[in-house]
Design a binder for this molecule. Structure first.
Ligand code: AHR
Length: 489
């Protein structure tokens, strides 16, 4: 019998709702076709935004959306994407397949999308190929209330009021596609750019510096040492690639060994956070600087027959487990991890939504975000599982969990069974709470099950009733390959 301990009297950090954030890039069919179809499209839309996608994202309470990239961000010149649409510059998206970018989705459209979603915009500024002046002007255009060339231009373009903009990133992957910089050089550039990123009209920017690629600890150490005091947060990118970058593996056709290898590799996120945190602790012992994991998720070979530059991949129960593990890790490290953005929201990499023309499906990953949404802005509480080690060569724990308490005292536990084929009886032991009821929801299916446009509900959330209360808590059996949310009130 596996044991699950929950201690509600040991309250820890707040789980910022922004841990449940998303990322949208001008890449493949993420923006065009996925989020935005234009006002004249036959796909039902509001001001050009797909109604079905907006509704689905509102249901999982999307807290923040990162845009316009990714690598695209460091070649994006915001002035190309404002004003009369027919007059906007048309150019080639050099990062992602050389397709035509007509700039019909720009700043006004992004802000309108965030308004419809009720989420915070997170803009990734161009530090790689832009100028300090250009970045300065963009912020003035968006946030300044007074009389100025940029604020006047915004008004002329039909938006009299400034927008609120909190999250602002200074370059993306500046160690790679964002300029191939050394950390020393980037630290200086960050200091310079952020100086002229003004706080206008009561708007206060939350300044996110470009952080490391996976285990590049030297990047974190150098940037924290040279520029730590100028930032609110440092980013981290880590993708789960089952095989090699050259041949990443199929999203849907994989072996049992590849299942465990993928989960083993995704668990590495915890080691990365621990190590980067310990470096950050040296320069910021009070945890004033947050860690923003603004790109994470699985990266497979593209679906056969699709454009290799569009990064379109299917999404199975394996992805559901990857999402569950990462979100549990972020919850447990919410004293340092203040935001995380899965890559990417629609039709690219580990998406929560896939679209085809006017059709839309929700992926297993979407359902995990749905199961976990009660953790948003709740308080992390002490929890642990007594699990066995499984997986052969690529070891993983059988069970993985996190727990939080909401303001009204309700406890939410998210628990994943990483075994491909074994169910586990679980004895839940509760401390520090007076539990009157426990209810549960579950996402479970065959390890490689996924939703298609023909069968959109193969993988879906169901009620889980088989729970027996005991003197110290409750007991149940968690099926193989599943993710649960337990609500204890
Ligand atoms: O998400 C796809 C790409 O992955 C992003 O553009 C880049 O930042 C990362 O390398």
């Amino acid at each position: 019998m596996s044991k699950l301990f929950i201690n509600a009297s040991n309250r820890k950090s707040k789980i910022n709702k922004e841990i449940y954030s998303h990322f949208s890039e001008h890449l493949g069919r993420c923006i065009y076709g996925g989020l935005y179809v234009g006002e004249d499209s036959p796909v039902p839309n509001t001001n050009g935004m797909r109604n079905d996608v907006v509704e689905a994202l509102k249901n999982i309470r999307i807290p923040a959306l990162r845009w316009p990239g990714g690598c695209f961000a460091d070649e994006y010149h915001w002035m190309d994407g404002i004003g009369e649409k027919s007059k906007r510059k048309k150019l080639i998206n050099t990062n992602w397949g050389g397709v035509l970018e007509d700039n019909s989705f720009g700043t006004h459209e992004f802000m309108e999308l965030c308004r419809q979603l009720g989420c915070e915009p997170y803009i990734s500024g161009n530090l790689g190929s832009g100028t300090v002046q250009e970045m300065h002007d963009w912020i003035e255009y968006i946030t300044f209330d007074g009389v100025s060339p940029m604020a006047d231009l915004r008004r002329a373009n039909g938006h009299p009021e400034p927008w609120k903009l909190k999250f602002f990133g200074f370059g993306n992957e500046c160690w790679g596609c964002g300029g191939n910089m050394r950390p020393e050089y980037y630290a200086d550039e960050f200091r310079r750019y952020q100086t002229f990123a003004r706080n206008y009209s009561g708007n206060e920017l939350y300044r996110i510096a470009c952080g490391p690629n996976g285990d590049d600890y030297n990047w974190t150490e150098t940037v924290m040492r040279l520029a730590g005091k100028f930032m609110n947060a440092l980013s981290l990118h880590y993708y789960t690639v089952p095989n090699t970058w050259e041949d990443k593996g199929s999203a849907t056709e994989f072996t049992e060994a590849e299942w465990y290898k993928t989960l083993h590799k995704t668990l590495y996120m915890e080691e990365l956070i621990n190590h980067h945190t310990s470096i950050m602790d040296r320069y910021d012992p009070e945890h004033k600087v947050g860690l923003v994991v603004d790109e994470w998720g699985t990266w497979y070979n593209v679906e056969p027959g699709t454009n290799p530059s569009f990064l379109y991949q299917q999404n199975t129960m394996r992805d559901a487990l990857v999402a569950a593990i990462n979100l549990n890790i972020f919850n447990k490290h919410s004293d340092r991890v203040v935001m995380a953005n899965i890559a990417q929201v629609v039709n690219v990499l580990q998406s929560v939504i896939l679209t085809e023309g006017d059709k839309m499906i929700l992926t297993p990953t979407y359902h995990v975000f749905d199961l976990y949404k009660d953790h948003q802005d709740a308080t992390l509480i002490e929890s642990f599982v007594e699990a066995e080690t499984i997986g052969g060569e690529d070891t993983v724990p059988s069970l993985h969990e996190s727990a939080s308490v909401s303001e009204d005292g309700t406890v939410h536990v998210t628990l994943a069974n990483l075994s491909i084929d074994k169910a586990y009886p679980v004895e839940a032991l509760l401390a520090g709470l007076d539990a009157k009821s426990v209810t549960a929801k579950i996402l479970t299916n065959k390890y490689n099950a996924f939703n298609t446009f023909e069968a959109p509900n193969t993988v879906k959330i169901e009620d889980f009733k088989d729970i027996t209360t005991t003197a110290d808590g409750f007991r149940f059996e968690i099926p193989a390959c599943s993710v649960m949310e337990l609500t204890i009130a």
